[in-house]
Design a protein around this ligand. Structure first.
Ligand SMILES: [Zn+2]
Length: 155
């Protein structure tokens, strides 16, 4: 069941799903480096990653924040994120990973469609600010392939 609240979360990127960047990725109107999908979820590489392998996991159904999802959907999203994190960490040989899940403009949510960031981290990044990076198309394709292969090997 959805939690009820009178609070609202503001996001200047709010809009109808037909203009949503992630909905466009879900239905193939925008290209992306997809690493995983099932009936209800999709995971693809962040185009400006904090680290190589930085992946976004989304429900396919449009909703702006966690408050637009019911408990089963929230559970499903994090189950998929946990699975994807194993493949990401294995694939890029990371030492750990972060989940970041932003809700609202004040929280730096840039795309108003629920998503979980899976960010692999290395020991050398410990305690350091991680800036956004830009990887080449070849690096992105290679990284997506590595993660897909790691996912295929998960038991
Ligand atoms: Zn959307």
């Amino acid at each position: 069941m959805k939690s009820s609240t009178n609070a609202t979360i503001r996001n200047s990127a709010s809009g109808p799903p037909q203009y949503c960047v992630f909905c466009k990725i879900v239905d193939g109107r925008l290209p992306s480096y997809v690493v995983y999908q099932d009936e209800s979820h999709i995971a693809f590489l962040d185009i400006n990653p904090f680290s190589k392998g930085h992946t976004l996991v989304c429900p396919k159904r449009h909703g702006e924040t966690m408050w637009d999802m019911d408990e089963a959907e929230i559970g499903g999203l994090f189950r998929v994120a946990a699975k994807v994190s194993r493949a990401v960490v294995t694939g890029v040989h990371a030492d750990g990973f972060r989940f970041i899940q932003n809700n609202g403009e004040a929280a730096n949510q840039v795309v108003a469609h629920v998503h979980v960031h899976v960010i692999p981290v290395m020991f050398e990044d410990k305690g350091r600010f991680m800036g956004r990076k830009s990887l080449s198309n070849e690096e992105m394709m290679e990284t997506a392939q590595i993660i897909r292969a790691a996912l295929a090997n998960l038991v």
